[in-house]
Write a protein that binds this ligand. Structure first.
Ligand SMILES: *Cc1c(COP(=O)(O)O)cnc(C)c1O
Length: 396
């Protein structure tokens, strides 16, 4: 077993060796520009890109023509949100724009929404339940109030793994002619997702969350949905995203999508079993351990996700204590201070509980042996920290 044991697969994933294999020719001898159509090197690159585009499309039930290749989910989200607003304003100058999103979105949705708010859009942020779910009834009421241009609700959350009811959301939006964007950086390739069934108009994907390379992703834009380009210069990608294509990265993204599609079911079962094993070991030997997000026995959580609060324990100290195990905490370091995660706060956790939380992301390359090692480390260190914790003394 190689250390550290990597259990931070929501932050990024290791490149699958099969993906690397597919990419290598395009980093070496096949170096053509996919936009060069006067010679074989260009054609080969173009062909590789089109194969990858079809692989991405197939994973989500789209057609290749509906896939815009980008630098990752952050760019895809920005393009979807700002691009849809700009297109609507170009079509109808002076119109008011209402956007609906929800509290546990990634910053790559919340920040563009905040920027659009400053540009004069009205942004509504829906709350979530203790499980991290939006209430479709509440969305319906909001949609029937002030008309909206666009709803942006993620398919799966990156901290607590909650799977939102995208099919219900899509139906509500489509009935009213409202665009539905979904950030699927975490869900794609890990949970069943079909843009047709869920009536999704815009969907963001990231390569490095699905065992592909960093710095590449895609935006699905349903045929006929207008998105104004945010990167000008050459009119690549049907005029929605200019710039010479990252051919090797795109080939990697395509290969990663094809592997995910082929192995999703088996992998989901294996990761769920590993998660259950880990949770059993933690709860058997530690008291006052709570799982955050959706019920672990239900089907509203990503298979590899476990967000756990260890009452009376500071998660930063816990992470130091288990230093051969790579996980992340329920806090975000900003320049000056450590802030409790906005996701955990939106679920109703107190500041203290958010600061006592670990986010564990089990992935494709984790083994039972690694899970046991991680559990041992945590079960060892938590009581030691509690012994020294005034908060724990107060609780018990
Ligand atoms: C990682 C992630 C992003 C950002 O994706 P990049 O490809 O790194 O830009 C956006 N949304 C969610 C939910 C993520 O998990």
């Amino acid at each position: 077993m190689k250390l550290p044991v990597y259990l931070d697969n929501h932050a990024t994933t290791r490149l699958d060796p099969r993906v690397l294999e597919a990419m290598l020719p395009y980093l070496t001898e096949a170096y053509g520009n996919a936009a060069s159509n006067s010679h074989g090197l260009g054609w080969a690159a173009q062909q590789a890109v089109e194969t990858a585009r079809a692989q991405v499309a197939q994973l989500i039930g789209a057609t290749a023509k509906e896939i815009v290749l980008t630098s990752g989910a952050t760019e895809s989200n920005n393009l979807a949100l700002k691009g849809a607003v700009e297109a609507a304003r170009l079509a109808q100058p002076g119109r008011s724009v209402h956007i609906i999103t929800q509290a546990t979105e990634h910053k790559a949705v919340l920040d563009p929404c905040a920027w659009l708010d400053k540009q004069g859009c009205r942004v509504t942020v829906l709350p979530v339940s203790r499980e991290g779910l939006i209430d479709p009834e509440e969305l319906r009421r909001e949609l029937d109030g002030e008309p909206a241009l666009l709803v942006s609700i993620m398919a799966a959350n990156n901290e607590v793994g909650t799977l939102q009811p995208v099919e219900e959301i899509g139906a509500l939006c489509r009935e009213r002619g409202v665009l539905f964007h979904s950030d699927a950086a975490q869900a794609a390739g890990k949970a069943r997702l079909d843009v047709g069934r869920a009536k999704i108009d815009l969907l963001s994907i990231s390569g490095h969350k699905i065992y592909g390379p960093k710095g590449v992703g895609a935006l699905y834009a349903r045929r006929g949905v207008k998105v104004a380009e945010q990167m000008h210069g050459g009119g690549h990608e049907r005029g929605m995203r200019s710039g010479t294509l990252n051919v090797a990265g795109i080939v990697g993204l395509g290969a990663a999508c094809a592997l995910a599609a082929a192995e999703m079911e088996e992998e989901a079962a294996r990761l769920t079993a590993l998660r259950e094993r880990l949770l059993r070991m933690l709860t058997a030997r530690l008291e006052r351990v709570r799982v955050n997000g959706a019920d672990v026995s239900g089907n509203r959580r990503l298979p590899g996700n476990l967000s756990v609060t260890f009452e009376g324990v500071d998660s930063e100290s816990l992470m130091m204590g288990i230093k051969d195990v790579a996980v992340s905490s329920g806090s975000a370091c900003t320049s000056a201070s450590i802030q409790a995660s906005h996701v955990l706060r939106a679920l109703g956790l107190s500041e203290d509980d958010a600061h006592s939380t670990l986010r564990i992301g089990i992935g494709r390359f984790n083994t039972e042996e690694e899970i046991d090692f991680a559990a041992e480390r945590i079960v060892d260190v938590v009581p030691q920290l509690r012994e020294l914790s005034p908060a724990w003394a107060e609780m018990t």
